[in-house]
Design a protein around this ligand. Sequence first.
Ligand code: FMN
Length: 145
Amino acid sequence: MSITVIVGSTLGNAEYLSDHIVNQLENKGFEVKHHYNCQVEDIINTKRLLVVTSTHGVGEIPFNLDETFNELEEMKVNLQHLKFAVVALGSRDYDLFCGAYDKVAEILKNKKAVELCDPLKIDCSEVFDHDSAYDEWSSNFYEAL
Ligand SMILES: Cc1cc2nc3c(=O)[nH]c(=O)nc-3n(C[C@H](O)[C@H](O)[C@H](O)COP(=O)(O)O)c2cc1C
């Protein structure tokens, strides 16, 4: 089974976590495409998508992923073939906790993509072992795939 993992990260936390996630998926036998500089085609041309993103600014998607989602939002495209889940890193110190999750999920759902399971939202001000947080959540995700 193939899956695309895309990353939104400014300071590296989501990027490091995505490396762990890709290793876990490959150990489970998935064929993984891993994009830090994701293009809109990488989203459109896959059936399974895992978005690993932090939140920056005021509830914003990080710069390296924001433009791609802006482009996708403007496109007339039907993504009913696409199933997705989101691993979101943020901090409850900010008003819009994991705001990037809300934006990513809204844009994908507006294009008829189907969300596989509840997101994992990691509060990085309290949870420091992000890999273990993913491992605990991931059984829901694997079952839904
Ligand atoms: C300038 C700045 C703005 C942030 N804004 C938010 C926010 O609006 N909502 C949130 O949940 N977390 C926010 N965060 C917390 C980051 O999402 C969190 O530190 C995360 O671990 C960063 O991951 P990254 O290194 O992959 O970018 C912000 C952090 C910084 C430094």
